[in-house]
Structure formats: structure tokens, C-alpha cells
Design a protein around this ligand. Structure first.
Ligand code: PLP
Length: 319
């Protein structure tokens, strides 16, 4: 029996409800992979890569084992490494800066636009030095970064733009999907992301054929042809099982994102007379609300108040 008490619990993420709505299809997809025993790369991964590239409106997509790997491989594909500086925003998740550090490059953190919480383009301009090689704008919380002025600055200074789209699957900026606007983009399929696997996974999206080809070699122990190791590669492949699951979920992502936008609009309405700052959607943007983030001067008290009433919240990011 479901008690009134249980009904009042609002978890921060509820993966079970979503799974139940597609269980038949997902279980069949998993069984098909088990029956085929093609666990590494293969048909499911290449089909998903094609479908995900099409979803983004980009030419190429390369599956990898996490969003963090996607960011790192994207930077490596452009030969970014020791001595180089990469600009990103201070309020992002640690993985953005970890990926920069892994290559040996130096992360340079800049401030955000206080209205949208996205990277501040004037702060990017001030941070550019002779060592700057790339900019990583983050579509944080599922809201697109202001890509047009970022691309203009990047072109002027000959910098690579790597979109961190790990929270942005399906978001649109002036009509275009995020992931197809910069030079290259990284997505995460961590289970709690808008498009989540049942384990780890990630994707690199680009319109650059040679860069996509380079990453295919890099992710698979440096080989294009079995046992011919052209470069010092990595084991950063996307699992076939995850690809099969994600192919099922990709069919629903637009519908799920629309439901998130409707919930956000509902919350905006409920919060409008309260002393909290609700999320701002910049002009021409269609966010996907990976997170619905509000700001309050009494944050900890508000969190406690909600917690006592069974409503879970998170702080992004607490430290
Ligand atoms: C989740 C996330 C990542 C890393 O993705 P993983 O798949 O967990 O490695 C990178 N950047 C941002 C902004 C993220 O939210």
C-alpha cells in the first residue's frame, strides 16, 4: 500500500519511473545485444553514432566511455597539451577542468553572466593570452551558452571551441542544436543526464571529418586496423549495451525535454511572488532544464525547509 507519507516524497532524480515507461523496449534491446555477443563497438555503437549525429544536426559522432573522456579526447584531437591554456567557466562541474588537466594544459577559469549563469564573453576576451588554444563554454543546467559571440572571439584569435554539452542534449541556440555549433562537442550519458545510459557513456560530435577519424583511432587503443597501433591511444570505447539502450531512449528525448520545460514553466509561475531568483531563458534559446536552478539568499534554510517536507534538492555545486 502506498501511504500518503510515501506519496509526499519527491526525490531529486527518479530513474525508475522513466525505466518503467520503456522497460519492454529496453529489455529487448539488451537481450538482442546479449544474443549477438557483439559487446565492443559494432553495429549498435555505429548506428547510435549516426542517429545521435543526426539528432544534433552534425555530420559525425564518436561514442566514448564518458563525458569526461569525450572532453579529453576532443582536446587531444586538436593537439592541446602542456603549455597551452584552455578557458572555461568557474561554475562548471569538475570534469570540464579535469579533462583540460589530463592533457597537460592549464584550465583558466572565468566568470559568468549573473543573469543566465553562462560563461561571460567579455571575461573570455580578457583571459586570452598568447598561450590560449581553446574555449570550453558549458551549456550548464541545460541552458545554451551564448555561442555566436563566443565563436566570433574564437575565430578572431584562432581558438578551438569545445562545447561541453554534457547537460545539454537537445537544447537549441537560435534554432540550432547545441553540439553542432562549436568546432567539436562533448556529451555525457551518465544515468542522471537528460539522455542517460545504464552505466557510463559519452559522445563526441563534430562536423570535421579528420577530427572525427582521429578520435575513432584514439578511443580504440590507437588502432584503425586491428593490431596496427598508429598512435598512443586509449581504451575509451562506448559499450554496445549502452549504445543499444541509448538508441531506445533517443526516440523519447524531445518529448522528455518538453515535459521538463513544462515543469519549469509551472515552477516559474509558482515561484513568481517568492523571494527567489528563478532561471532566466536567454533570447533565442530553448533550454532542456537538466537542472531547474533557483537562487536564494537563504539557501541553506530553504533547502532544510524543503527537506523536512520530503522534497529533495541539490546544490550545484556546493564547493
Ligand atoms: C556530467 C558532466 C561531465 C562529465 O560527464 P561524465 O559522463 O560523468 O564523465 C562534464 N561536464 C559537465 C558539465 C557535466 O555535467
Amino acid at each position: 500500500m502506498v501511504t500518503t507519507e510515501a506519496l509526499r516524497q519527491i526525490p531529486f532524480v527518479d530513474l525508475k519511473t522513466q525505466y518503467r515507461s520503456i522497460a519492454g523496449e529496453v529489455n529487448q534491446a539488451i537481450t538482442n545485444v546479449l544474443e549477438s555477443t557483439a559487446f565492443i563497438l559494432g553495429k549498435e555503437v555505429s548506428l547510435f553514432e549516426g542517429e545521435f549525429a543526426a539528432f544534433c544536426g552534425a555530420k559525425y559522432a564518436v561514442g566514448v566511455d564518458s563525458g569526461t573522456s569525450a572532453l579529453e579526447m576532443a582536446l587531444r584531437a586538436y593537439d592541446i597539451g602542456p603549455g597551452d591554456e584552455v578557458i572555461t567557466q568557474g561554475n562548471t562541474f569538475i570534469a570540464t577542468t579535469l579533462a583540460i588537466s589530463y592533457t597537460g594544459a592549464t584550465p583558466v577559469l572565468v566568470d559568468i553572466d549573473p543573469l543566465t549563469s553562462m560563461i561571460d564573453v567579455s571575461a573570455i576576451k580578457k583571459a586570452i593570452t598568447a598561450k590560449t588554444k581553446a574555449i570550453i563554454p558549458v551549456h550548464l543546467f541545460g541552458h545554451p551558452a551564448d555561442m555566436n559571440p563566443i565563436m566570433a572571439v574564437a575565430r578572431e584569435h584562432n581558438l578551438v571551441v569545445v562545447e561541453d554539452a554534457c547537460q545539454g542534449h537537445g537544447a537549441r541556440y537560435k534554432g540550432a542544436r547545441v553540439g553542432a555549433i562549436g568546432d567539436i562537442a562533448a556529451f555525457s550519458f551518465y544515468p542522471g543526464k537528460n539522455l542517460g545510459a545504464y552505466g557510463d557513456g559519452g559522445m563526441i560530435v563534430t562536423n570535421n571529418e579528420s577530427v572525427a577519424g582521429k578520435i575513432k583511432v584514439l578511443r580504440d587503443v590507437g588502432q584503425r586496423q586491428k593490431y596496427y597501433h598508429e598512435v598512443k591511444g586509449y581504451n575509451h570505447r562506448l559499450d554496445s549495451l549502452q549504445a543499444a539502450i541509448l538508441r531506445v531512449k533517443l526516440k523519447y528525448i524531445d518529448q522528455w525535454n518538453e515535459a521538463r520545460r513544462q515543469n519549469a514553466a509551472y515552477y516559474n509561475d509558482l515561484f513568481k511572488d517568492l523571494d527567489v531568483v528563478t532561471p532566466v531563458t536567454a533570447e533565442g534559446c530553448e533550454p532542456v532544464f537538466h537542472l531547474y536552478v533557483i537562487r536564494s539568499d537563504r539557501r541553506d534554510a530553504l533547502k532544510h525547509f524543503l527537506q523536512e517536507r520530503g522534497i529533495a534538492t541539490g546544490i550545484h555545486y556546493p564547493i
